[in-house]
Design a protein around this ligand. Structure first.
Ligand code: SAM
Length: 198
């Protein structure tokens, strides 16, 4: 059994809904994203592995809001608000703004992924489209100094997208967490320190 399959077994043993929970744990360890009391937005949150990790990290004094096209079953151990909707639609973004409130978010996370067609360039383009929706959402919701994490499939539009992200943050790094499968073309852009000044 490979080390990667271990993440699936660990997620079952440790009560996480998805092995992807370990990707967020690794991103958080590397980039220090989540802190007690934070307000965290999780885009593409079903079935809820990242929601569990985020809720554990922010604790009772924090707020976690998750959005997905799919219904997200309530978490047993944590209070998390979930919205069922499409992040490409203004209606969903409206509900999300209401849920986050005037204080804004400390972190906007996106693990959104398109339905895969198997056609590399199409899947890449659709992934970048979702990532741009996430960046727009981060622009709407992040408080100054906030952080943004977004999954993108590698391809020709990744560098221009990364350049656009870097315009609004102190720095951006491209991270491949060990829990990502070897066969996956996904990377995560980790952008720290949201700033509205040029
Ligand atoms: N991070 C999640 C976890 O730990 O459980 C796994 C997320 S899964 C890889 C990607 C999710 O993105 C899917 O549940 C999918 O429904 C969602 N998604 C894709 N396009 C979306 C959109 N336009 N709006 C909202 N969610 C979307």
């Amino acid at each position: 059994m490979s080390g990667k399959d271990d993440y699936y077994n660990r997620s079952k043993q440790q009560g996480y809904r998805a092995r992807s929970a370990y990707k967020l744990k690794q991103l958080d360890e590397e980039a220090d994203l989540l802190a007690p009391g934070d307000t965290v937005v999780d885009l593409g949150a079903a079935p809820g592995g990242w929601l569990q990790v985020a809720a554990e990290a922010v604790g009772e004094g924090g707020t976690v809001v998750g959005v997905d096209l799919q219904r997200i079953e309530e978490l047993d151990d944590h209070e998390v608000e979930t919205i069922r909707g499409d992040m490409t639609e203004e209606r969903t973004r409206h509900y999300l703004r209401e849920a986050v409130g005037a204080g804004g978010a400390d972190a906007v996370l996106s693990d959104m992924a398109p339905n895969m067609t198997g056609e590399y360039s199409l899947d890449h383009a659709r992934s970048v489209h979702l990532a741009r929706q996430a960046l727009d959402t981060a622009d709407e919701l992040l408080a100054p100094g906030g952080d943004f994490v977004v999954k993108v499939f590698q391809g020709q539009d990744l560098d221009p997208f990364r350049d656009d992200v870097s315009e609004s943050f102190q720095y951006v790094r491209t991270v491949s967490p060990p829990a990502s499968r070897d066969s996956s073309s996904e990377v995560y852009l980790v952008a720290k320190g949201y700033t509205t000044s040029p």
